[in-house]
Design a protein around this ligand. Structure first.
Ligand code: MLT
Length: 270
C-alpha cells in the first residue's frame, strides 16, 4: 500500500495516518516497519488519529547514504519523528507508543520533547544499554549485513521474536513477521544496529517521565522479559503494567486482541 510521505531535510519519511482525534504515534521495532502494528492501526484508528511512521531507512522511508556506516542514534530517530509531526502540523501532545527499538526511541523522544508527549506506551522494550558482548555482536552484524543479506538475521531473530507456541501453531504470523523483516534493507539494518549498540542506559531518567504510562509485555518475551519490564513500570511515576498472555516479544501480532484491549482501555482513561 502506498503510504503518505514527507520530505524532511535530507530524508523522506513514509507514514500511515488514519482516523481522527487524539494523535497516537506508533514506533516500530527492529528489523521491522510500521506494518508490525497492523492490528493496532485498525483498532485504534476507529477512536483516534493513528500515525505510524516507517523509521528512517525502513519500509518506504529513506536514509542518507552515510547512515549505514555512521549509524543512526535513537535520539536521531526521535528527532525525525518530531520533524514529521511538525511537517504534518501535529502540535498537540501525542500518545507515544514504542515497541522494542521503538521503545528505545520513545525514551529519547520523551527526554527531548517532554511537552509533546501526553502519555507513554512502552511495549516489549528495555531501558538498559547493551552489554559489551551484545554490543560487539551488533557491530559485527552491522559490518557483515551488506554481504550476508538479511536472511541470516531473520533466521536468528525469529526464535527470539515469537514464542514457541506461535512458531508451532500460527504459520501466518511467522510469515507476516518474516515478510516484514525480509523487506528491510541491509543499510537500514546496519544503521539501526550501530545506533542501538550506542544507546544510553536511561534507567535513572524514568523518574522524570511523569506522563501517564502503560507498560506492556508478552508473558514469554525472551528479549525484554516480564520481570525487567515490571521494573520499568515500577520506576515510572505513573505506570500500569499489563502482561500479554500467549505472546513472546511480538505481542502486537501474536496476541493483537489483548494488546488492542489494553491500549484502548488506556487511551479511554486519559
Ligand atoms: C526489536 O524488536 O526492536 C529488537 O529486538 C530490539 C533489540 O535488538 O534490542
Amino acid at each position: 500500500m502506498a503510504l503518505n510521505s514527507r520530505q524532511l531535510d535530507t530524508i523522506k519519511l513514509a507514514y500511515d495516518d488514519r482516523g481522527s482525534g487524539q494523535p497516537v504515534v506508533l514506533l516500530h521495532g527492529y528489523p521491522l516497519d510500521h506494518r508490525m502494528w497492523r492490528p493496532q492501526i485498525e483498532a485504534l484508528s476507529k477512536e483516534c488519529r493513528v500515525i505510524a511512521p516507517d523509521l528512517r531507512g525502513f519500509g518506504q522511508s529513506t536514509q542518507r547514504s552515510e547512515d549505514a556506516h555512521s549509524g543512526v542514534s535513537m535520539r536521531q530517530y526521535a528527532a525525525d519523528v518530531a520533524a514529521l509531526l511538525d511537517a504534518i502540523g501535529v502540535t498537540e501532545p501525542v500518545i507515544l507508543c514504542g515497541f522494542s527499538m521503538g521503545g528505545y526511541i520513545l525514551w529519547q523522544f520523551v527526554l527531548q520533547f517532554p511537552e509533546r508527549v501526553k502519555a507513554i506506551v512502552a511495549c516489549d522494550t528495555r531501558v538498559i544499554a547493551d552489554s559489551a558482548e551484545a554490543r560487539e555482536g551488533r557491530l559485527k552484524t552491522a559490518d557483515e549485513v551488506a554481504e550476508t543479506g538479511v536472511e541470516p538475521i531473520i533466521t536468528a531473530m525469529l526464535p527470539k521474536l515469537l514464542s514457541q507456541a506461535t512458531r508451532d501453531s500460527q504459520p501466518a504470523i511467522v510469515d507476516e513477521v518474516s515478510t516484514i523483516m525480509r523487506s528491510c534493507s541491509p543499510a537500514a539494518i546496519a544503521a539501526s544496529l550501530r545506533g542501538m549498540a550506542d544507546r544510553p542506559d536511561v534507567t535513572v531518567k524514568l523518574a522524570e517521565m511523569t506522563q501517564p504510562a502503560l507498560v506492556l509485555v508478552g508473558a514469554e518475551d525472551a528479549i525484554s522479559p516480564p520481570d525487567e519490564m515490571r521494573g520499568i513500570a515500577e520506576k515510572l511515576p505513573q505506570a500500569d503494567f499489563v502482561e500479554i498472555p500467549g505472546a513472546g516479544h511480538m505481542t502486537t501480532l501474536e496476541n493483537p486482541q489483548a494488546v488492542n484491549d489494553a491500549l484502548l482501555a488506556f487511551v479511554k482513561r486519559l
